[in-house]
Design a protein around this ligand. Structure first.
Ligand SMILES: [Zn+2]
Length: 560
């Protein structure tokens, strides 16, 4: 329908292509230990990553690079059994050089100790001395923001299992993806976040200091005076005062009860879908789904602001949705549990982290609000749950194929509304409302193909093309193939790529195979090319013949 390529406006001049990385050293498991310091918005972290060599090329298996954006300090890096020769931290990535190449199919265990302080993104802290504002910590990684607090290869095609131990004062509950293994009393390590930010000293100087700080019992003043005496004298005039306040904090910490929460996620998970949430929460246990009676459905929100009744008003449809997904998609909702947590952290809408969905609490409804806005709550709930299938179990190969999750989740909102009697929004009501966003963007800003490898930032892909634009295309595809053929083929697609990554071609091929319909033209026009059909309609009324003549002309070719 229109020429290939992207109309100007979507990327800057010289925007680059983005393809999945080839991994000679593939991360398989991430073990995180974090001791949160909520008032100071930081933590002491220890990340052990298991990698496996999957290449005979010794040049490629000697070095690995992790994304590690703006870490406050890398304290120590080591590995076994090969061991490391050197490492360097640029402020954006951590490059590790091993003593020798890792033989094909062998594992190596990399240990990184580090400090995060006031992370720019990826992990939000809320702390206040006021008793009006709840304290909590919640992560939010989409699209590439795990790297602000977890050293990792931050790309959706790189998936690992996880285990995480979160140590927090005992009044807090710590949630994470996967299964709760234990919550046991613990004694926090004595550590203080150094009071000098890395930006105040040169990179080399800071790395030298960081590598020396391996004893967490050092407090900030000791670190400053021991490793950076000149800086201390010039920039921290009240060292004694600072030290005494530190002592007081340490003494109070000694009397505080702490708990270590251990969670394990057995399913392989891309970094953007891993999540933790910590807070003093109220909890509501929802009625379980009949298709997954073994799966706990629980929801959480800050106790200071919400009660269990609001959580029930907001989320009580969840169990029924789990059953509906099974009926529609032919597979039970995966995961051992399905928890949802709402905080005021600025999460835009909600985020479909594996088995721990996070919500912006502004969406929650009480009994009276439910009458007016309940359908919005349900739409978002269905959207996030649909991601368990489209995005989480079948993972996009890269952001070029992000429509395979977002367009699908938006489309499932419509299909759900179609089969449920929402007074405020039937299925076409939802599509109709949302289409304006797509048309405005497409007509006034830019047109891009749904499958698009060229973008400036992966976040740019999450536009109105991706949500309503793609949902409309899926709706057309459903009608093009017919209801029965379409859903059966979609179930085959889920079966074939369950726990795998998939791209646009994979989806097209499965649909073609199970429908016996060539979809080359459809996909070429609607997914690989920008724009949409535009028709100019002219009408003439012939008074003498008493007839109406209608002339229709496709005009989008002239526009592109
Ligand atoms: Zn989504």
């Amino acid at each position: 329908m229109s020429k290939g390529g992207v109309q100007s406006g979507f990327t800057l001049d010289g925007g680059s292509f983005h393809f999945s990385p080839t991994l000679a050293l593939n991360p398989e498991h991430i073990e995180l230990e974090i001791q949160l310091d909520i008032p100071n918005h930081g933590f002491l972290g220890h990340c052990t990553t298991t990698i496996r060599s999957q290449s005979e090329n010794s040049e490629l298996t000697r070095t690995i690079q992790f994304n590690a954006e703006s870490f406050y300090s890398i304290l120590n890096v080591s590995s076994s059994p090969i061991g490391i020769k050197s490492y360097s931290y640029s402020g954006h990535s951590l490059e590790i050089n091993f003593n020798e190449s890792i033989p094909n199919s062998d594992q190596e265990f990399i240990s990184i100790q580090y400090i995060i302080f006031n992370p720019i993104s990826g992990l939000s802290f809320s702390s206040s001395t006021s008793n009006q504002t709840p304290n909590f910590v919640v992560s939010d990684h989409e699209t590439e923001r795990a790297r602000y607090w977890i050293p990792c290869i931050d790309h959706p095609s790189v998936r690992t299992t996880y285990s995480v131990e979160i140590s927090v004062p005992s009044e807090y509950t710590a949630l994470a993806c996967g299964k709760l293994i234990s919550s046991t009393p613990t004694t926090p390590k004595q550590f203080e976040i150094p009071t000098f930010p890395s930006t105040l000293v040169s990179n080399t100087e800071f790395q030298q200091i960081s590598t020396k700080i391996s004893q967490f019992k050092l407090n900030s003043s000791q670190i400053l005076t021991q490793y950076l005496p000149e800086f201390t004298q010039k920039s921290v005039p009240n060292t004694d005062e600072s030290f005494s306040s530190t002592k007081t904090e340490n003494e109070s910490k000694e009397n505080e009860q702490w708990t270590c929460w251990r969670w394990e996620l057995e399913e392989i998970c891309p970094s953007y879908l891993f999540c933790i949430a910590v807070g003093d929460f109220v909890k509501a246990e929802l009625k379980r789904a009949s298709t997954r009676n073994d799966m706990e459905l629980e929801v959480f929100a800050p106790k200071l602001w919400y009660d269990a009744n609001t959580l029930h008003c907001s989320f009580d449809s969840t169990g029924e949705m789990v059953d509906w997904m099974f009926k529609k998609l032919g597979r039970k909702l995966p995961w051992n549990k399905y928890f949802q947590v709402a905080t005021g952290s600025g999460i835009g809408g909600a985020m479909e982290n594996i088995s721990l969905v996070t919500w912006d609490d502004s969406l929650l409804v009480n009994e009276s609000m439910r009458l007016e806005r309940g359908w919005i709550m349900d739409s978002v709930n269905v959207h996030e749950m649909a991601h368990s299938y489209f995005g989480n179990a079948v993972v996009m190969k890269g952001f070029a194929h992000a429509w395979l999750k977002e367009s699908w989740a938006s489309f499932m909102e419509v299909v759900y509304a179609e089969e449920h009697s929402h007074e405020m929004a039937d299925s076409y009501g939802i599509l109709w409302m949302k289409r304006e966003g797509y048309f405005t963007e497409s007509n006034a800003k830019y047109k891009r193909p749904m499958c698009c490898y060229k973008f400036d930032s992966s976040w740019d892909m999450f536009d109105r093309h991706l949500y309503p634009g793609g949902a409309w295309r899926l709706n057309m595809l459903r009608h093009y193939l017919g209801e029965n053929v379409f859903w059966k083929a979609v179930q085959k697609y889920l079966d074939q790529y369950w726990n795998e990554t998939a791209d646009t071609h994979d989806f097209q091929r499965v649909l073609e195979k199970h429908s016996n319909v060539s979809l080359e033209m459809f996909f070429n026009q609607w997914f690989y090319s920008p724009g949409h059909l535009k028709i100019k309609v002219q009408m003439e009324y012939n008074v003498i013949e008493k007839s109406i003549g209608i002339q229709m002309e496709q005009i989008q070719m002239k526009e592109s």
